[in-house]
Write a protein that binds this ligand. Structure first.
Ligand code: PRP
Ligand code: URA
Length: 205
């Protein structure tokens, strides 16, 4: 299921992120801000558990997240989205999935995996600003499910229709949350209009 988040602040920030003249320091800051808006939406269906809380005057019903929240950035670019999530969930555990796209085949190449033990009981949010062919995300979701994850969400800033279709076909149970569904992939599998190479733009490489 695809959810496109519509918010004026997100649209304004995405415009600046798309702009090729935006320097990496501003890019990094705006990606963190945009990720917070996406996180706010992505967390909207998290299950709550009730517990009694004492105000200075009386006891009332309080709420906490019923399940652990785990955030999994796809390295490198996904790191730029973690801060936006931990603003709302400072106690979240963070796993890391290392995968890059081969420049010729465009297929994902795995190089790192480090995940918390608590996947089966958790709400898991994979974060990666770009969903292009979907190869990286499909591999990440597969690894998480293999380690027992049951509730997986994929949060991206910019998605291509090809990537959304590929993820939906491979993992129909995974909710996909994005800021925009762009037009198409070019011959090098970059998203058009997109914002270029997200990792390079975040880290100034
Ligand atoms: C980018 C991006 C995604 C992937 C998307 O990473 O951050 O992980 O490409 O493409 P896909 O949907 O076709 O798999 P990249 O391979 O450039 O690595 P980096 O984050 O280390 O720069
Ligand atoms: N990865 C990126 O960083 N950008 C794209 O447009 C596609 C894949």
């Amino acid at each position: 299921m695809l959810k496109i988040v519509n918010h004026p602040v997100l649209k304004r920030d995405l415009t600046i992120l798309r702009d090729k003249n935006t320097p990496h320091g501003i890019f990094r800051k705006l990606l963190a801000d945009a990720s917070a808006i996406l996180a706010y939406e992505a967390l909207s269906h998290v299950t709550l558990a009730e517990y009694p809380v004492e105000t200075p005057l009386e006891t009332t019903t309080g709420y906490r997240f019923a399940q652990e929240i785990i955030i999994v950035p796809i390295l490198r670019a996904g790191l730029g989205m973690v801060d936006g999530f931990v603003r709302f969930v400072p106690e979240a555990r963070i796993g890391h999935v290392g995968v890059y796209r081969d420049e010729v085949t465009h297929h994902p190449v795995e190089y790192y995996l480090n995940l918390p033990d608590h996947l089966p009981q958790a709400d898991v949010f994979i974060v990666d600003p770009m969903l292009a062919t979907g190869g990286s995300a499909i591999w990440a979701i597969h690894m998480l499910k293999e380690k027992g994850a049951k509730k997986v969400h994929l949060v991206s800033l910019v998605a291509a229709p090809e990537g959304v279709q590929a993820v939906e076909a491979a993992h129909p149970d995974v909710e996909i949350i994005v800021a925009t569904l762009d037009r198409v992939l070019n011959e090098n599998k970059y998203i058009l209009p997109g914002l270029g190479d997200a990792g390079d733009r975040i880290f100034g490489t």
